[in-house]
Design a protein around this ligand. Structure first.
Ligand code: NAD
Length: 476
């Protein structure tokens, strides 16, 4: 069985323990993962702290940092196939998606490579003739980056890219579920030529690895992606080190379809918007809010498309939906559907796990129009479940769309651009996609508010968030 190691201070090493990683398509262990506990966390943070201060890194020009990031991007592109295969094996995410995602992961590193020497300070025109005053932008310090199991290469790229471009050093904690892609990424990072300790990659469990890392006194900033409950632990832990914290959390994103929309395009976007990544995506368009005049016709299209989806082995290029990442996720799906049906919701298609091995769950559409309290409308669920609510007026659509504690993403499908503008103004979410869904670019910031967290990843601002401003006064 394959064995992975932690990556600390430029070397690969064992952790305090080990745990098996399960192949979600067979429910069998396939590799042994190193388990980092407090001692390993301390070693990793110490290495990052040393690296932050060494001339090799602290004295490196921003242009040189950018070149290293560019080299990393090239290495990722060269190793794309291997990384995609490992992510597919360890998390069950289908090979079509892991292969496509690596390409834009490399693009994120390229974007931040180019940005490294464009992080500028400023000169201030102070009203004192004998003073020069300026602002230096300096790296914030040691960053703790913590990611969940889905899309770990992408979710770490949006943290590492800007953090390294800004000159920070990082301890990256992979999820305990499917950590292999990041441990494999460490091997590639090691070849890029960064000084030792600039990046340290560890994995382990939340309480024994994540908590000591995020509350560590030498951590200056915590960049977290995960669930709201974990975020609360992290924010409480930050009372210890007073680190700044950015939070990218979950969503219950509305996908709003008006009767004048291009229904073919909307149906395709909705199917991809909820069933891609087997629904394990923070921006999944998991609440269809559809105008009642077209609801039945639209649901018929969706049902036909959902039932035509090829469910299969994640490493097969023909597969369109693979297994969920863990038994926990599959059991949660079964439980959520049962509780929602008890509340009056009606399953239109799916709703069960197919027979056989692996953590599979059928693409599911569930109509909650007569069940406003159905838990599938409010609870974030990371799986292939689309909840449906009908509406009559634009006002209703806004009310239903905003009836959530989350505020991450949203979609609006209409041919009426005036209406689209009204919806853009009124929807409470960090992203509004109009007549498209799930489009991403390194240039466009990404994030939410409410239970979806705060802070933005992607774009120029994300790099500035890894800096601190030093005000300099010089008497001349
Ligand atoms: P999770 O919060 O359980 O775990 C995320 C990470 O936090 C893991 O690495 C885990 O080990 C670690 N962790 C757990 N307890 C911790 C603690 N006390 N202190 C520090 N770290 C701790 O999330 P999950 O179930 O793995 O992932 C699913 C969640 O992630 C969903 O809510 C999803 O919406 C969210 N997500 C958000 C985005 C986004 O960009 N907004 C992207 C993907 C996933």
């Amino acid at each position: 069985m394959q064995r992975y190691q932690l990556y600390i201070d430029g070397a690969f090493c064992d952790g305090s323990g080990q745990f098996p990683s399960i192949d979600p398509s067979t429910a069998q262990p396939w590799a042994m993962m190193p388990e980092a506990k407090e001692d390993d966390v301390n070693r990793a943070v110490a290495a990052a702290k040393r690296a932050f201060d060494t001339p090799d890194w602290a004295g490196m020009t921003a242009t040189a940092r950018g070149k290293l990031l560019m080299r990393l991007a090239d290495l990722l592109a060269e190793n794309a196939q291997k990384l995609a295969q490992i992510e597919t094996r360890d998390t069950g995410k289908i090979i079509r998606e892991t292969s496509a995602q690596i390409a834009y992961v490399a693009d994120y590193y390229r974007y931040y490579a180019g940005l490294a020497d464009k992080i500028e300070g400023a000169h201030l025109p102070i009203d004192k003739p004998d003073m020069e005053v300026w602002l230096r932008r300096e790296p914030i310090g040691v960053v703790a980056a913590v990611v969940p199991w889905n899309s770990q290469l992408f979710l770490s790229a949006v943290k590492l890219g800007p953090a390294l471009a800004a000159g920070c050093t990082v301890v990256l904690k992979a999820s305990e579920e499917g950590p292999a892609p990041l441990l494999e990424f460490a091997r590639i990072f090691d070849q890029a030529g960064f000084p030792k300790g600039v990046l340290n990659v560890i994995t382990g469990f939340g309480a024994t690895c994540g908590a000591p890392l995020t509350s560590h006194p030498d951590v200056a900033h915590v960049a977290f992606t995960g669930g709201p409950d974990t975020a609360r632990h992290i924010v409480r832990g930050s009372a210890e080190n007073l680190a700044s914290v950015s939070l990218e959390l979950g969503g219950k994103s509305p996908f709003i379809v008006f009767e004048d929309a291009d229904l073919d395009s909307a149906a395709n976007a909705q199917v991809a918007g909820i069933f891609a990544a087997t629904g394990q995506s923070c921006v999944a368009g998991s609440r269809l809010v559809v105008q009642n005049s077209i609801k039945e016709a639209f649901l018929e299209r969706l049902k036909a498309k959902a039932e035509a989806i090829v469910i299969g082995q994640p490493d097969n290029m023909a597969t369109e939906v693979g297994p969920l990442c863990s038994a926990r996720q599959r059991n949660h799906a079964t439980d959520l559907i049962a509780r929602s049906c008890d509340a009056g919701a009606r399953v239109i298609t799916g709703g069960t796990a197919p027979s056989g091995n692996g953590f599979y769950f059928k693409p599911t559409i569930i109509d909650c129009s007569d069940a406003p309290d159905a838990p599938c409308l409010t609870e974030e669920f990371f799986g292939p479940v689309l909840s449906v609510v009908g509406f009559d007026t634009e006002e209703d659509a806004v009310r239903i769309a905003n009836d959530t504690a989350f505020g991450l993403a949203s979609g609006v499908f209409t041919r009426d651009l005036t209406r689209a503008h009204r919806m853009i103004r009124r929807i409470q979410a960090g992203i509004v996609w109009v007549n498209t869904y799930r489009a991403v670019s390194p240039i466009a910031p990404f994030g939410g508010h409410g239970l979806s967290g705060h802070g933005r990843e992607g774009g120029l601002q994300a790099a500035l968030d890894y800096t601190t401003v030093k005000t300099v006064w010089l008497r001349v």
